[in-house]
Each structure stands twice: as C-alpha cells, then as structure tokens.
Design a protein around this ligand. Structure first.
Ligand SMILES: Nc1nc2c(c(=O)[nH]1)N[C@@H](CN(C=O)c1ccc(C(=O)N[C@@H](CCC(=O)O)C(=O)O)cc1)CN2
Ligand SMILES: [Mg+2]
Length: 305
C-alpha cells in the first residue's frame, strides 16, 4: 500500500457456495420425507422450442432435482406446439399426484400467451410463484410461493446483513419476475423501498441513497461504481452476454463490477452470484409444494422467514 490511496474491496457473496449448501439441506429433507412419510417431491419442467440457453437451464433444473433425490419429469415440446396442446399438458400435470411442482421455462414462443399458461398452473404447484394468486399472496402478506430469483437474493442479503429492518433498499427494474416481487419481499423485511425504472429521474442519486441495491434491469453494466454508497450491499441479478473486440463473448451483470467492487461493502459476482440461487430456490419451492400438498409438518412447508 502506498499510504495515500486505500483501496477497499467488497466481500464477494458466493452464490455457488450458498446454493450448494442450500441444496445439501434440501437433499437431507427430501430423504427424510421419503423415509418417514413415503413422499418423493416431483418437479415437472416444460420447455417449448429450442432456445439454447433455455435448454441449458432446463437440463440443469432436472439434473439438480435428481441430485436432491426428487423425481424430475421433463417435457420438451417443438417450437410450433399449439397453445391448446400446452394447456392440456399442464392440466394433466395439475392432476398428476407424482408432480408437486410445475415450471414452464420462459420465454415461450410468440404464438403462445405466456400469461394464460401461467394462469393454468395450479397455484399450489406453481414453483415459479408467477401465478396471480401467488403474486397476490406475496403482496398481501399471505402464504404462497415466492419467485425463485427474489427469494435467492433475499436469502443472500439476510445471510450477509442479518435483519434488514430500517435499511434503505432500491430495486432497479420493475419486472413481474424479479423487480416487483423483490420490492414486496424487502417491504416485508421492513426496508424502506424505492423501485426505480427507465423513467426514474436522477437514477444515480436514487442509487446513492441506498444501503441495499438490487439491480434487475437487464442492461449490461449500467449501474456504475460512483453511484454506489460506500459500504452498500449490491445484488446483481443481471445476466447479459456481451461481445468482446476479439470476437469472443462474456457474461456481465447490470452493475459495472470492477468499479462497484471498490466501493460496495459486499457484492454478488456474475456469473456465480444470484444465478445459481435461482435453481436452488426452485428446488426449495418444490419441497415446499410437496410438504404443503401432503400436509407434512416440516419447516419448509411454512412461509420462508
Ligand atoms: N420459468 C422460468 N423461466 C425463467 C426463469 C425462471 O426463474 N423461471 N429465469 C431465467 C432463466 N433461469 C432459470 O430458468 C436461470 C438463468 C441463469 C441461471 C444461472 O445460474 N446463471 C449462471 C450463468 C450461466 C451461464 O454461464 O450462462 C450464473 O449466473 O452464474 C440460472 C437460472 C429466465 N427464464
Ligand atoms: Mg408470448
């Protein structure tokens, strides 16, 4: 150190390690309910079309479910599958007693109405937490299913910060999948929450006021280091693939990591931050769904707190 500039370095919040621990706990619980209650949680994952990224996510979901001792049912349908056919498949899964969790990988092909598909999934099997019933439960403080990415983000925040009561949080992005549920979760934690979006005036000033920054805008490296309040905790939900001058590509978040890591108190990297938690929380939601459907008295059947 030269004695003049003291460079701080944020703590890295390791989503790979966190998700591995969570999956270990889930595995133990799956074995317990299989041995003592003769219930094996089952997850059905539906993919329509051949999007390469979606194929990877679906393969990982099934692989991770099987590793935890769950049953996994994979339904891969061609891109030209009719909406009618997809809805029939979901109704079959709704009625299948071996299936406790149903997930339809997004995005869906344009000719299919994604909202209609989401609304066809039984709310108590909706392990993505996207059904309006679950959305309403989260917003009104009831017991529903919490969307996986916000749940994983909150678990990491609580692990790093302890109780979040009274902290100022900003959620940048207002999507139904991440921004809005994240804001509701943070309100439930007694944070003071700002939801920012593309029309927000003076976004840097809004971000600078926050103790917790959740970046979920889907714009590569938009949030700069000098927007971050020193010591703040930064959760970067963005996963953006950008081209490099040498023709290769790399994954970056919504936060300019090299800058933010020098200012923040803690930050999630991309990759290896929030992403792995999304799949671990999907498995946790599947365990939760199985426990609730069979009225098992295990902690995972209760609201996450
Ligand atoms: N029905 C759903 N569709 C989609 C969801 C979802 O939660 N439910 N989320 C995303 C995709 N997704 C899971 O489905 C997902 C994306 C990324 C990761 C992840 O672990 N990413 C890695 C990097 C991966 C890479 O190298 O490309 C990381 O961040 O470390 C997990 C799950 C959209 N669709
Ligand atoms: Mg559509």
């Amino acid at each position: 150190m030269d004695g003049e500039t003291i460079m701080t370095q944020a703590k890295l919040i390791d989503g790979n390690a966190f998700s591995a621990n969570l999956r270990e706990e889930i595995t133990a619980r799956v074995h317990e309910i299989r041995d003592f209650h003769h219930v094996t949680p089952g997850l059905a994952v539906v993919l329509v079309g051949e999007d390469p990224a979606s194929q990877v996510y679906v393969r990982n979901k099934n692989k991770r479910a099987a590793e935890c001792g769950m049953k996994s049912f994979e339904h891969v349908l061609p891109a030209d599958t009719s909406e009618h056919h997809l809805l029939n498949l979901i109704e079959g899964l709704n009625d299948d007693p071996e299936v406790h969790g149903i997930l339809v990988q997004l995005p869906l092909p344009k000719h299919i109405d994604a909202q209609k598909v989401i609304e066809t999934i039984r709310p108590d099997k909706d392990v993505d937490g996207f059904h309006p019933w679950n959305v309403g439960m989260l917003a009104s403080g009831g017991i529903g299913m919490i969307p996986c990415t916000p749940l994983g983000s909150l678990m990491m925040l609580r692990d790093h910060l302890g109780p979040l009561t009274g902290l100022k949080a900003i959620v940048v992005g207002r999507s139904n999948i991440v921004g809005k549920p994240m804001a509701h979760l943070l309100i439930r934690e007694s944070c003071t929450v700002t939801i920012a979006h593309s029309q927000t005036r003076d976004l840097p000033a809004e971000v600078r006021a926050a103790d917790i920054v959740v970046a979920a805008v889907g714009r590569p490296e938009m949030i700069r280091g000098d927007w971050i309040k020193p010591g703040a905790t930064v959760i970067d939900v963005g996963i953006n693939r950008i081209g490099l001058p040498d023709g290769k590509s790399k994954l970056v978040g919504d936060v300019k990591f090299d800058e933010a890591v020098k200012v923040a108190g803690a930050i999630t990297p991309v990759p290896g931050g929030v992403g792995p938690m999304t799949i671990a929380c999907l498995l946790r939601n599947t365990l939760t769904a199985a426990a609730r459907l069979h009225r098992l008295d295990i902690p995972e059947a209760n609201p996450w707190n």
